[in-house]
Design a protein around this ligand. Structure first.
Ligand SMILES: [Zn+2]
Ligand SMILES: [Zn+2]
Length: 368
């Protein structure tokens, strides 16, 4: 069939919205008609090369929609089911899945290769095979994805809001409550209030943290953080340090989440200075693949038992956490509508990324 998709043909190029060919689903795959796709920063990483991926590629990895066709042998979902697409597939059988670490599933290695899990391509354009970001390619009216990347959700959940839970919301929430292990009465600092950071702030509130300190240089993002549950805001790490030192009487935070646009080695030292004894620095933002150096006070690292933890998808288990987060949304505890700053048509995907880079969006959303 024919569909319209945003394709990236090379480094530092614009997304090209064009008609492409889409093959039907093969075994263990489903075709999804997209309702909406979030504009997550990680697709910008494809443009800059911070996430290396073969070109051409259909972008987008944060989406939700309706299953319109299932491939041979698929029993987990059926035509008409509403699904969120997880940016990481989970096979359910590998050593990591068996231990409840589905975010680290072995098939996850395929998310930046391009083709589907069997090594063949579903999208074709201009006589070439076209890969899919995270096996998904949600910048397309229709896509074919592994059933291992789908999470069936209740029909009454609005799919445009549910789209955000496929990456950013779950990542931010999990960074705080799973990787960061924030519990009632704790103090958490969130550095960078984009789609992930805004969800991390909410996680701090939902988990019962006594102080949630949001750090962002952009005033409107600090205001948004306060609406979502930040008890205090700061424009930079130095200002946050003064606030946290005072609030905690020098004990500092239990966790500091780095949810900036890109992770830099230089962010680690200020984040470490914001956490106290046995405090966790959670690195959720993605660093450059060749970044090898971080600054850290080794003396304090040992004597205060500070920890630096990487966080992929917020250490979440999508099949459990995504329906659970949508229940929190239904109960009014987790805010999703407020995260969507602007909506775009697929044709305007580049404008959406311009707005993101200029700091104008918590989350931009493509609505189909
Ligand atoms: Zn993402
Ligand atoms: Zn697995």
């Amino acid at each position: 069939m024919k569909t319209r998709a945003a394709v990236l043909w090379g480094l530092h190029e614009k997304w090209e919205v064009e008609e492409v060919d889409l093959d039907p689903p093969k075994a263990a795959e489903v075709m999804v008609k997209l309702t909406a796709s979030g504009l997550c920063h990680s697709d910008e990483h494809l443009v800059t090369g911070d996430i290396p991926i073969p070109f051409p590629v259909v972008g987008g990895h944060e989406g939700a929609g309706v299953v319109v066709e299932v491939g041979p042998g698929v029993t987990e979902v059926a035509e008409g089911d509403h699904v969120v697409m997880s940016f990481l597939p989970a096979c359910g059988r590998c050593s990591y899945c068996a231990r409840g670490m589905t975010n680290l599933c072995e098939v996850g290695a395929a998310v930046v290769l391009g083709p589907q899990l069997d090594g063949t391509y579903r999208f074709h354009a201009r006589g070439e095979e076209v890969g899919q970001m995270c096996l998904l390619g949600t910048f397309s009216e229709y896509t074919v994805v592994p059933v291992a990347s789908t999470i069936k959700i209740d029909d009454d959940i609005p799919l445009d809001k549910a789209a955000l839970v496929g990456c950013g919301v779950t990542t931010g929430y999990g960074s705080v409550v799973r990787t960061g292990e924030i519990k009632a009465g704790d103090t958490v600092v969130v550095m960078g209030v984009g789609g992930i950071g805004a969800s991390a702030v909410q996680a701090g509130r939902i988990a019962g943290a006594r102080y949630v300190v949001a750090v962002d240089p952009v005033e409107f993002k600090r205001e948004m953080a306060q609406e979502l549950g930040a008890t205090h805001v700061a424009a930079d790490a130095d200002e946050a340090w003064e606030i946290v030192a005072d609030l905690t009487r020098g004990q500092y935070a239990d966790a500091c989440i780095i949810s900036t646009d890109v992770a830099e080695g230089s962010y680690i030292a200020p984040a470490l200075s914001l956490v106290g004894k046995r405090g966790r620095v959670v690195v959720t933002a993605i660093g450059h693949p060749d970044e090898m150096s971080i600054a850290a006070n080794l003396f304090e690292l040992t004597l205060y038992e500070k920890q630096i933890r990487g966080s992929l998808f917020g250490s979440s288990n999508a099949q459990h956490d995504i329906p659970r987060l949508l229940e929190l949304y239904r109960l009014g505890l987790l805010k999703l509508d407020e995260l969507i700053t602007r909506e775009y048509s697929l044709e305007n995907v580049n404008a959406g990324y311009d707005d993101m880079k200029a700091g104008r969006n918590i989350r931009g959303l493509i609505r189909y």
